[in-house]
Design a protein around this ligand. Structure first.
Ligand code: COA
Length: 191
């Protein structure tokens, strides 16, 4: 039995003070390349104070339906990103979003580890039936990371995104509880 469900292999999930998260978000949001991977809205620059107000409002609105956590490295305790899960309790479905604002950590397993921690939380603690996400067609790194975490391709919303003069599909991926159990079991036996 895992003794701390918020710990992965290289990261842990954290409840950050809104001021700390706001400072990080305001910095990461100035990286337009990152924002284009994360969000369909045009990149907008907000002050730390305005970002803090937004985070506080999010946390207030989320109450028991949303789980916004920071992602910190186990080694060095650096805040490198966030993960956010919104739950529709009626259908036991969670929508998840994730972002590592610190580029140096991309492609090194940190995001997938954080996603796996959140999936374990979703299925073993929240008893969800499924977890869903959407990802842009051009974000191949994220698609690969999600596939490694056990997500399956469920569909494409064709040409849903209009960016830099081109239309892109939005890809929907999902993982069911039984698939996660199978995936987690397979990971355990190979590690
Ligand atoms: C998406 C994200 C959370 C994934 O976390 P990560 O720690 O980078 O992912 P991992 O290193 O575990 O896995 C990435 C995989 O993609 C591969 N990869 C890296 N760059 C790639 C690229 N440009 N195209 C395709 N695959 C790529 C890696 O080789 C790795 O696969 P492998 O383990 O089979 O070699 C993180 O990269 C991130 O936050 N990116 C910026 C914001 C973002 O895209 N958020 C998601 C919005 S839907």
């Amino acid at each position: 039995m895992n003794t701390n469900i918020f710990f992965g292999t290289v990261v842990r999930l954290t409840a950050e003070d809104p001021g700390v998260l706001a400072k990080a978000f305001a910095k990461w949001d100035r990286d337009t390349g990152y924002k284009r991977l994360l969000d369909d809205a045009p990149p907008i620059m907000w002050s730390v104070e305005k970002t803090k107000e937004w985070i506080e409002k999010q946390l207030e609105e989320q109450q028991a339906n949303g789980f916004l956590y920071g992602i910190r490295t186990l080694e060095g305790d650096e805040l490198i990103g966030f993960v956010d899960l919104w739950v529709n309790w009626l259908h036991a479905d969670g929508w998840i979003g994730i972002g590592l604002g610190e580029r140096d950590y991309w492609g090194n397993g940190y995001g997938t580890d954080a996603m796996q921690v959140m999936l374990r939380y979703a299925f073993t603690e929240l008893n969800l039936h499924r977890v869903t996400l959407s990802v842009f067609e051009y974000n191949t790194r994220a698609q690969r990371s999600y596939a490694k975490a056990g997500f399956k391709l469920e569909g494409r919303v064709r040409g849903d995104l209009h960016r830099q003069g081109q239309r892109w599909d939005v890809i929907v991926m999902g993982i069911l509880r039984e698939e996660w159990l199978e995936h987690a079991q397979a990971e355990k036996t190979t590690n």
